[in-house]
Write a protein that binds this ligand. Sequence first.
Ligand code: SIN
Length: 303
Amino acid sequence: MIDARVHIGQVCFDNPVMVASGTFGYAAEFEGLVDINAIGAIVTKTVTLEPRPGNPPPRIVETPSGMINSIGLPNVGVEQFITEKMPFLSTLTTRIIVNVAGKVNEEFAQIVARLDEVPGIDGYELNYSCPNVKEGGLSFSADPAIAEKVTKLVRQKTKRLVIAKLTPNVTSIGEIGQAVQNGGADAISAINTLVGMAVDINSRKPKIATITGGLSGPAIKPVALAKVFELVQCVNIPVIAIGGIMSWQDALEFLIVGARAIQVGTANFMDPGAATKTLDGLLSYCRENGISRIVDVIGTLKT
Ligand code: SIN
């Protein structure tokens, strides 16, 4: 038996493999396809204060080794999330992290305060990093002062886990990481997508209605690794790695670099079992290498 547990803040996760926001719906969509409770945590699609229709289509395009999306945070809003999505989520035995986004600073705290009244939620991932919306979006993690302020506002509203999800589209992700740490975040998740673009050479039109979107998938994994490595050097709180994880070997690279946990994202679109396969692969690796606790792999990079 391998001990796969990892701790983030006061929460113990059965294993370090989570599913990334926006790639696993609200989990009910995957019922019957995969053993949802085997996944270390479900990070929900972003929840906003009011319902949002999202961006006009086309809003997803495949690119070499990647995918560009400009979905625009469509969701039913916090009240309907509580009545429609939480009943299923609260039947799960795995950890539930609700990803939230506000249009303005105070909205993050307002949404978290409302969700804090609801049982069955282990923590919040603050989406400071969506490149696809006009109001808010990237601005929250492009400026350390704003990132710190919003995190502080949220921290005042909850004792549950607070995770700040950062963008790689900045000069120094380490500086933003320190800011959210100062604001009271328990952990950082990184990276969200890189701003990207694709053009149809026949029509000469952008392939995405909003012209640019967020690039994810294997194309961004080396960038993600470097950003996670930078964060691990700059902060004392745990870093949860996201970015092009398609296999257990990819996940292992991030753990070696120092990530406490990882999120499988774009791979879920190709294979609903991507996260559980990643976990199985990590456990087999540990078994074959005489490693009894997964945490013993974390931060073992030899430089
Ligand atoms: C989207 O809904 O546009 C993607 C979410 C994100 O990038 O945070």
